[in-house]
Write a protein that binds this ligand. Structure first.
Ligand code: ADP
Length: 420
């Protein structure tokens, strides 16, 4: 039996590293890992093996590893440098022991910010590394960690091609009237201050899947896609191309999120400074970490927790969910304008895929756009299912399509490495 090539994908934060090994043919995840608290004494890595997925990839007859369970999870404390380099080394040892290492044929790296340099994924060369360095100023919290991850993985897999997949790339098709801020032109021309947008890998995947779910050509659809997770954004995608999106220079702009405020009056900075002596750093931190659903409710950033509390009569939780839904509905109107028409509204991300209540709250605002909830279909479409949740005889479709950013990254890495 010929075993399929595997792709390793890595997603590094400043103190974390997420890794996964995928079979690109069917998207099966054979092994995943999460390293946390990197740079700290108590840095730890958790490895999760999907034995069933490995078995279906390997075939049974020649497999020397005989596990009795379908899944195995174990945690190891990092002992040496406790950084990205050590996390990758531990992952590599696991892959060897588990018989996967020799079959990993490409590495895909999630990179947050590609600036205007990258409109698509790219094989990482020394010249590309220089360009990634040049984008650090645009995402000082994220890109340095992505670069550390790339270097550690290049060290561990020197023979393989490494591919960078950017969160911003999909939105490079936005027209200038969508991406420019109305501030003096020199900030854009000299310093690249403009709207970039994020979650691009998710939008690209969901826009492709929409063709299948709606039984239409995905290159002839006007879609508004709402990616609602802890971070949340929305994008107008016309004929497969991003026209506009709600996040901007940074992920803070746009929708209400778990702990981020989304849009605010920018004068809040001077107001809080003058009245409460709050520094730029304090206000930035407040807007990113203490706002959104958490700030409004005073309870939690987690949609599930808020829905349970709202049912018990918690006024803050109810308000938070209502503000989230209303802001989202307003943006759906705006993104419809960006598309010029609307064939379908698509929900994705943890909240979009699972929260029947949030989809209900949003759709209640949207009869004006020709969107009407099918309550039974809405109720039934949860837990990773795709489906249509609007009434059949109405002009516009509302659908749920689970996202799969990992598969998109793995497929890009496989394609650009010449595996397919
Ligand atoms: P991240 O942006 O961190 O990847 P996710 O896409 O995993 O986030 O989404 C996390 C959000 O999804 C949380 O607010 C969580 O409460 C919400 N969520 C997950 N399952 C449900 C559910 N069954 N009902 C309501 N909300 C849910």
């Amino acid at each position: 039996m010929v075993k399929q090539s595997l792709v390793l994908i890595l997603n590094c934060g400043s103190s974390s590293l997420k890794g996964a090994v995928l079979n690109t043919k069917n998207g099966d995840l054979l092994l995943s890992c999460l390293a946390e608290k990197l740079g700290n004494e108590d840095a730890v890595i958790t490895i999760k093996k999907d034995i069933a997925a490995r078995r279906s990839w390997h075939g049974t007859e020649e497999d020397t590893i005989d596990y009795q369970t379908a899944h195995e999870v174990h945690q190891t404390h990092l002992q040496q440098t406790r950084d990205h380099e050590e996390a990758v080394a531990v992952l590599m040892a696991e892959l060897k022991a588990y018989g996967l290492y020799d079959y990993v044929k490409a590495v895909g790296h999630r990179v947050v910010h590609g600036g205007e340099k990258f409109a698509e994924s790219a094989v990482i060369t020394p010249a590309i590394m220089k360009e990634l360095d040049a984008c650090v100023g645009l995402a000082p919290l994220h890109n340095p960690a992505n670069i550390l991850g790339i270097q550690a993985a290049q060290h561990a897999f020197p023979e393989l091609k490494h591919v960078a997949v950017f969160d911003t790339a999909f939105h490079q098709t936005m027209p200038s009237h969508a991406y420019r801020y109305a501030i003096p032109a020199e900030y854009y021309e000299k310093h690249g201050v403009r709207r970039y947008g994020f979650h691009g890998t998710s939008y690209r995947y969901v826009a492709q899947e929409a063709g299948r779910v709606l039984n239409r050509d995905s290159n002839r659809l006007a879609l508004v896609i709402a990616h609602l997770g802890n971070g949340a954004s929305i994008s107008a995608v016309l004929n497969g191309k991003s026209q506009d999106t709600s996040m901007g220079l940074t992920p803070l702009e746009g929708l209400v999120m778990g702990t981020r405020s989304g849009d605010i009056d920018p004068s809040l900075f001077s107001f809080l400074s003058e009245n409460f002596a709050m520094s730029v750093e304090q206000t930035t931190n407040m807007l990113n970490r203490q706002s959104g659903l958490l700030g409004l409710s005073g309870l939690s950033n987690d949609c599930r927790t808020l829905e349970a509390a709202a049912k018990e009569g918690h006024a803050g939780a109810t308000l938070a969910l209502e503000v989230f839904a209303y802001r989202l509905a307003k943006y759906i109107g705006a993104m419809t304008v960006a598309c010029g028409r609307l064939d379908a509204l698509v929900f994705t991300g943890g909240i979009g895929e699972n929260s029947v209540g949030m989809r209900h709250r949003v759709l209640k605002h949207l009869a004006v756009l020709g969107l009407y909830e099918d309550a039974a279909a809405n109720q039934a479409t949860v837990g990773g299912k795709a489906g249509i949740i609007s009434l059949a005889d109405k002009p516009v479709v509302a659908a749920v399509i689970p996202t799969n950013e990992e598969l998109m990254i793995a497929q890009d890495a496989a394609r650009l490495s010449g595996l397919v």
